[in-house]
Every structure is written in structure tokens, then in C-alpha cells.
Design a protein around this ligand. Structure first.
Ligand SMILES: *[C@@H]1O[C@H](CO)[C@@H](O)[C@H](O)[C@H]1NC(C)=O
Ligand SMILES: *[C@@H]1O[C@H](CO)[C@@H](O)[C@H](O)[C@H]1NC(C)=O
Ligand SMILES: *[C@@H]1O[C@H](CO)[C@@H](O)[C@H](O)[C@H]1NC(C)=O
Ligand SMILES: *[C@@H]1O[C@H](CO)[C@@H](O)[C@H](O)[C@H]1NC(C)=O
Ligand SMILES: *[C@@H]1O[C@H](CO)[C@@H](O)[C@H](O)[C@H]1NC(C)=O
Ligand SMILES: *[C@@H]1O[C@H](CO)[C@@H](O)[C@H](O)[C@H]1NC(C)=O
Length: 350
């Protein structure tokens, strides 16, 4: 498709979707069901990036430095937030403890608790700027554990997977000076690879697979700081809409070709957008402004200078901020996203 035609199409879709969103969100405003599905045998597997990582990452050091983790667990422990992230909330929904990060697993072929978290901050479906394992390699880790008998067919038949893809492939594309014209084709290849990954997780025997839509990248503090956190970057969000349109079609196609409709889309994009509009029960005074702000460089949350002086300031009450740092939600932000996701989470048990 010509770029011009596509942009027109995207604009059109964008208008339709935002139109719908307003209606839908007010209808769902007071939906806050909490079904917990306690099953001692449930397994929860997690793949992806920093939106789901609970401690695999060792090289991107910020998640292991103050003030990360101050709300939960009370000190830095590898989460890219002041506290809990999406993984922790979904684990509570599934009725299991937050799964152990792969890096901290017990060695040996003993069954490993309630599942495992294979997500590494900074990664994408393709190789990104971090040396950490891409999503293909993360799935290889699970495959090897299955081959080694750590997880049985029975375990897998009771399992649920979360797959997060929050845009590191696109950051890498920009870093390599990818062109605007090349973006649609690149987005297509990212979503195609993501869809292949979902299919592969299903073939390994996982019962239900939930995949997140891409959040509005143009509303992350890294994009809104130039407007003092007032306005989102519309062109970035248009590209995000294209990613999400392809993903929605890909997941639908997978559902149609699997007998058990195993694939569920978790629309974190709409959940973020609703939070920005104040449509959640948890509201944020300026939802686009992060709690932890770098002083001379917006990325310096967690950095100190040679003499140990902080290069960042932390807001008084992290609960008042949707974003923790320049790209990641705070614990309160994730809680509000989780509560907006409740209607689609029911599909995990349909
Ligand atoms: C993922 O990483 C592995 C190991 O580095 C590499 O061989 C593979 O090509 C990568 N996969 C994708 C889809 O980029
Ligand atoms: C991208 O462009 C910038 C500015 O022209 C240049 O300094 C940089 O080396 C380029 N990066 C790559 C990976 O080509
Ligand atoms: C929006 O993002 C694009 C692509 O990253 C950038 O070129 C443009 O300058 C940004 N627009 C605004 C208003 O910040
Ligand atoms: C896939 O199937 C599940 C279960 O029937 C359904 O809840 C979900 O909406 C479907 N997803 C898509 C994107 O079609
Ligand atoms: C999936 O199946 C439904 C119902 O049969 C159909 O309407 C829809 O177009 C199919 N979607 C895709 C992407 O094939
Ligand atoms: C808002 O929703 C969250 C999560 O669903 C819930 O824990 C909390 O009690 C709700 N708060 C109010 C004030 O309704």
C-alpha cells in the first residue's frame, strides 16, 4: 500500500477508534470485578520486556538502583517501577505467586513452582540495543525446560502465558536511523514475528496466551517532556494504531485457526488512554508527568554522579503518578491498567 493512502486510512481508523473509546470507557467505567482463579496447579509463564520483567535484567542497571522498588518490595529488585508491574497483577488474577525470574530459578529438574518469568527489560521480538535474549530465545528457554522434564504436558495444560511487546524494536529502528517511509513495512515484520511467537508458545502446550497491545508511545514522558508533559505525539500514536490493527488481525487469525481460541488480546493501549482521560477509578493529577524525573537528562532516574549526588528528583507520593519514569508506569499506574483490563481477563477462563 502507498504510504499516503495508508496514513489516510490510519487517520480514519484513529478517529473511529478514539470515538469508540470515549463511549466504551464510560460504559465500562465502574467495572471492577476481581475474579481470582486459585488453582494450586496453575502455571504462569511470562515473555517480553521491561513492562513484564520482575528481575531478569542485570545490565540495564537502573531497575537495580534506588529509587526503583521503593514501594514494593521496598528496595531495588529488578522491576522497572517503584513497585509491582503487570506480571505481578496478572499473577494475582491467575491465583499464583508472581513467577520466579528465569535468572533466579533453582537449577535441577525439579518442578518449579507456579511458572516462570522469561521477560528481559530492553528486549524485542528482534535483537535490540540490549544484549539480553530476544523473545525467540526466551521461548527457547521454556522449550528446554519442557524437554528436560521440568514442566510436564499436564503442567502446560493448566498454564497461561503473558506476552509483552512494548516497542523496543521500534526504539532500535529509530536508533539505526530507520526512515519514516520504511516504518509500515517494519511494523508489519514486527507483528508477523510476534504472531509467530504466540503460535509457538501455543504449540508448546500453553492453554491460553494473552498478548498486550502496544501502549500509546507518543504519550510516554520521553515524548511529552518537550511540551512539559501536556500533549502526546500524534504521529507516533498513529504508527502505534497501525501496529495494534495488525496485531488484532493476527490474533483473530490465530484464534480462527486454533480449535480452542487460545489467544487473548490485552488492550493496555485503551487502558493507558482511559487513565490519561481520568476515566479510571484511580485518577492522576497530571497523568503524563512521571514521578521520578531526571534533572539534566530525562533518562537519569536512578543515576548518581561521582560523588553520589542524585541526578533525579522523586515526587512526594508515587501513588499520585501514572508514570514512574520516562517510559514505565508506576505501581499505581499498573494497578489502574489492571483494573481496566478486567473484562478481557475473563476470556482467560472462557
Ligand atoms: C534471537 O536471538 C538469537 C540468538 O542471538 C538469534 O539467533 C536469532 O536470530 C534472534 N531472533 C530474531 C527473530 O531476531
Ligand atoms: C544516525 O544518524 C546520526 C546523525 O546523522 C549519526 O550520528 C549516527 O551515527 C547514525 N546512526 C547509525 C546507527 O547509523
Ligand atoms: C513526534 O515524533 C516524531 C517521530 O519520532 C518526531 O519526528 C516529531 O518531531 C515529533 N513531534 C513532536 C510535535 O514532538
Ligand atoms: C479469541 O478467542 C477468545 C475465546 O473465544 C475470545 O474471547 C477473543 O475475543 C478472541 N480474540 C480475538 C482477537 O478474536
Ligand atoms: C475470523 O472468523 C470470523 C468468524 O468466522 C470472521 O468473521 C473473521 O473475518 C475471521 N478473521 C480473520 C482475521 O480471519
Ligand atoms: C479501584 O480499583 C482498584 C482495582 O480494581 C480497587 O482495588 C480499588 O478498591 C478501587 N478503588 C475505588 C476507590 O473504588
Amino acid at each position: 500500500m502507498e504510504l499516503q493512502k495508508m496514513v489516510v486510512l490510519l487517520l480514519f481508523l484513529h478517529l473511529i477508534f478514539t470515538g469508540f473509546e470515549i463511549v466504551e470507557s464510560s460504559a465500562h467505567r465502574h467495572h471492577h470485578h476481581h475474579h481470582h482463579h486459585h488453582n494450586a496447579q496453575s502455571k504462569f509463564f511470562v515473555f517480553g520486556d521491561s513492562y513484564a520483567d520482575t528481575g531478569n535484567n542485570r545490565r540495564l542497571a537502573s531497575s537495580w538502583k534506588m529509587p526503583y522498588g521503593i514501594t514494593f518490595p521496598g528496595k531495588p529488585a529488578g522491576r522497572f517501577s517503584d513497585g509491582r508491574v503487570l506480571t505481578d497483577y496478572l499473577a494475582s488474577y491467575v491465583g499464583v505467586k508472581s513467577p520466579v525470574p528465569y535468572r533466579w530459578r533453582k537449577r535441577g529438574n525439579k518442578p518449579t513452582g507456579c511458572g516462570m518469568n522469561f521477560a528481559f527489560g530492553g528486549t524485542g521480538v528482534f535483537d535490540t540495543l540490549t544484549p539480553e535474549p530476544n523473545m525467540t530465545t526466551q521461548i527457547d528457554f521454556l522449550q528446554k525446560l519442557i524437554r528436560d522434564g521440568v514442566y510436564t504436558k499436564h503442567d502446560l495444560s493448566l498454564s497461561i502465558a503473558l506476552v509483552s511487546n512494548a516497542g523496543n524494536d521500534y526504539g532500535t529502528y529509530n536508533h539505526h536511523n530507520g526512515t519514516a517511509q520504511g516504518f509500515p513495512a517494519y511494523i508489519t515484520s514486527v507483528v508477523n514475528q510476534l504472531t509467530l511467537n504466540l503460535k509457538r508458545i501455543h504449540r508448546l502446550g500453553v492453554r491460553k496466551i494473552a498478548v498486550t497491545t502496544l501502549q500509546p508511545l507518543g504519550c510516554l514522558p520521553q515524548s511529552t517532556f518537550i511540551s512539559s508533559y501536556q500533549s502526546c505525539n500524534v504521529s507516533q500514536n498513529l504508527l502505534v494504531s497501525f501496529h495494534n490493527l495488525l496485531l488484532q488481525q493476527g490474533v483473530e487469525r490465530l484464534n480462527n485457526s486454533s480449535k480452542d481460541s487460545a489467544f487473548v488480546l490485552l488492550d493496555i493501549n485503551s487502558a493507558f488512554t482511559a487513565a490519561f482521560k481520568g476515566q479510571h477509578n484511580l485518577t492522576f493529577s497530571n497523568p503524563l508527568k512521571p514521578c521520578c524525573v531526571g534533572i539534566s537528562n530525562q533518562y537519569s532516574c536512578g543515576s548518581v554522579d561521582e560523588t553520589g549526588v542524585k541526578k533525579y528528583v522523586v515526587c512526594e507520593d508515587p501513588k499520585s503518578a501514572f508514570f514512574w519514569d520516562t517510559v514505565h508506569p508506576s505501581q499505581q499506574g499498573w494497578l489502574s491498567v489492571y483494573s481496566a483490563l478486567q473484562p478481557s481477563l475473563n476470556q482467560l477462563y472462557s
